[in-house]
Design a protein around this ligand. Structure first.
Ligand code: ST9
Ligand code: ZN
Ligand code: ZN
Length: 328
């Protein structure tokens, strides 16, 4: 059970820019030239080939202990992104005491999705300028661009120009995140790649070949689970809360991304720590994780939208569907 004092049920859309980003421009994509980053094409190309080989090894020679081990790392990494980089650090949807921040930063490092500092900067731009050229993964440019194509080209000038005015003071003054940024290369190298390769070799008798390729498989799966939130959940699904925006409710993405696919809701109430109105359920492991730490007292000031606020917004601007995509 949550301590009553740790949850803040919000009954009106906050006007505070710190936790609420307005959509400033209608979805649009002006014609542009792409400056390809060959290094990223090569690394992602290698990563995908290695992941397919890892899948073959996982189905043929790998031990079940190695598979379970990587599933655990996958989950830790995913929650380091969802509960850490996303709900805590980008959206300030709750507060975390130092030990929890350290745990989340370490879990996030297993995921290697750049450093949290860079992740938050891009994600704040994504919410403030959703599906415009100032959004790093503008979904009006199509599924592939928003999924991973944006990582193969230099960012649009609008991202860099408008990005200068994004408030990042809370992040730059956070010692845990600055530590991660300072030691990014050895830290990410060790947690995301080295240890997850060496541990199955030492404890489960894997060869270097098997252990390495299954590590890459886990990493690539984790990236695609995340990328789907930017692509599929901005293109496919219903819109119970705001019919005028691209972000949509996508159950499949929620399942894969530990509760992050209720994306129409999330873009309307980005400060809600559940990123969903459905509360504790099997799809939202991230919420269960935060609730557990709230019970422990390490997470507090959890922000959530009241039922009345959700209903009134849904009646005013929604498409008349329920959160689960059923017309009502
Ligand atoms: C990876 C990306 O890590 C993952 C992001 C996913 C986001 C998903 C969000 C989904 C929602 C939450 C759901 C979670 C679900 C999880 C489920 C898990 C199952 N503002 O970036 P640079 C300026 S891929 C302001 O290099 P280029 C700034 O001056 C994996 N300014 O741009 C900056 O300099 P500095 C590993 C900005 O050169 C300068 O521009 N990562 C902003 O155009 C240069 O920045 C990789 O492979 C901004 N937002 O290059 C790396 N952005 O930093 C991939 C930039 O010194 N990235 N500036 O201040 C890159 O190689 C490059 O970023 C690039 C663009 C080639 C894409
Ligand atoms: Zn989005
Ligand atoms: Zn968000």
């Amino acid at each position: 059970m949550l301590h009553a004092s740790t949850t803040d049920t919000i009954t009106e859309q906050p006007r505070n820019d710190e936790i609420h980003f307005e959509r400033l421009v209608a979805p649009q994509a002006a014609p542009r030239k792409y400056e390809i980053v060959k290094f990223n094409l090569l690394t992602f190309g290698y990563g995908h080939l290695a992941a397919f080989y890892g899948l073959y090894l996982a189905c043929t020679v790998a031990t079940w202990q190695t598979i379970i081990f990587h599933y655990i790392i996958y989950t830790l990494a995913a929650i380091g992104v969802t509960a850490g980089a996303h709900r805590l650090w980008t959206h300030k949807a709750y507060k975390a005491k130092m030990p929890l921040q350290i745990i989340l930063m370490v879990m996030n490092t297993f995921a290697f999705q750049n450093t949290v500092v860079d992740w938050v900067r891009d994600h704040r731009m994504h919410h403030k300028y959703s599906d415009t050229d100032a959004d790093p993964h503008n979904a009006t440019r199509g599924f592939f661009y928003s999924h991973m194509g944006w990582l193969f080209v230099r960012k649009h000038e609008e991202v860099k120009k408008r990005g200068k005015f994004i408030d990042m003071s809370d992040i730059y003054s956070n010692p845990v995140l600055m530590f991660q940024k300072k030691y990014a290369i050895p830290f990410i190298g060790t947690l995301c790649f080295l240890l997850p390769t060496v541990i199955p070799m030492y404890f489960f008798g894997e060869t270097l070949n098997t252990a390495w390729h299954i590590t890459i498989l886990r990493y690539i799966c984790n990236l695609h689970g995340t990328f789907l939130v930017n692509s599929a959940a901005h293109i496919y699904g219903n819109k119970p809360y705001d019919i005028s925006i691209k972000p949509s409710q996508n159950l499949l993405v929620s399942l894969i991304a530990y509760g992050e696919g209720f994306h129409n809701y999330h873009h309307v109430f980005p400060w809600d720590y559940k990123t969903a109105e459905l509360g504790n359920n099997a799809l939202n492991w991230t919420t269960l994780f935060i609730d557990f730490f709230a019970w422990l007292g390490w997470a507090y000031d959890l922000k959530t939208a009241s039922d009345d606020l959700i209903k009134s917004r849904s009646m005013r601007t929604g498409d008349g569907s329920s959160s689960w995509g059923i017309k009502i």
